[in-house]
Write a protein that binds this ligand. Sequence first.
Ligand code: ATP
Length: 267
Amino acid sequence: MPAQPDDLAALPDSATATAVALSGVRHEYRSGGQRILALDGIDLRLAAGESLAVVGPSGCGKSTLLRMVAGFLRPSHGEISVGGAPVTRPGPDRGVVFQQPRLFPWLSVYGNVAYGLREAGVPRRARRERVGQLLDLVGLGDVAALRPYELSGGMQQRAAIARALAPDPAILLLDEPFAALDALTRERLQEELRTLWLRTGRTQLLVTHSVDEAALLGSRIIVLSPRPGTVVLDEQSALPRAEHARDLPEFTALRARILQAVRAPGR
Ligand SMILES: Nc1ncnc2c1ncn2[C@@H]1O[C@H](COP(=O)(O)OP(=O)(O)OP(=O)(O)O)[C@@H](O)[C@H]1O
């Protein structure tokens, strides 16, 4: 991202003391008289500053996991805490980015990013400063006055990331954030997200279908089995800190291990 180190120094970083803990988490949906066990036996502790990539086959419960950490959904069993506090509802300590940017079409880019801050009663001047820094951080400083429909898909998703970061959340939760973008834009935004994480050290939880994306962006990667999702691979990685990671043999090897775990969990 085209941010200058000075811009970043001005952004408060509250991530350092925060972690996510899931213990004995299980989630069962009830739908039309049927019970669907989505996740089972999830015990996970995410250290502050980690970038956790969650990957697994379609329907294995990745989004369910993210939605529970976000506080949109309560687990059927088990406990989830963020920064030591039990998660009972959504909160400003968790910023969420969805596959679709979900921007307010009637507001400018500036208005979208400022919205939550205004609702939270942040004074206009502080709001302006914070939003200006964030828009520079995601490379949208020049298009603050435009409406979402005047932006490309990649720019809209950058605006959604800036909006999620506005309250300075301890954790950024991303649910397939680049899946709807074309391949080139996706690669570019992956690189930008990697840089953003490296510069801010913010705790991150990224749900993705993409093995490459998980290997590039996860300082830790977990693979979930087919439903009910359980953790079948849990691996630390230094790749998000490496330049041109895709060209490294470590990338190819990690990618192969993730693929193997996705295709043949437990073997
Ligand atoms: N609201 C719901 N009611 C009933 N079943 C649901 C609901 N949401 C999800 N499920 C089911 O729970 C399981 C896990 O869904 P989830 O969306 O978490 O998986 P996922 O790994 O994110 O899938 P995908 O990669 O396809 O997005 C799936 O079988 C899904 O059909």
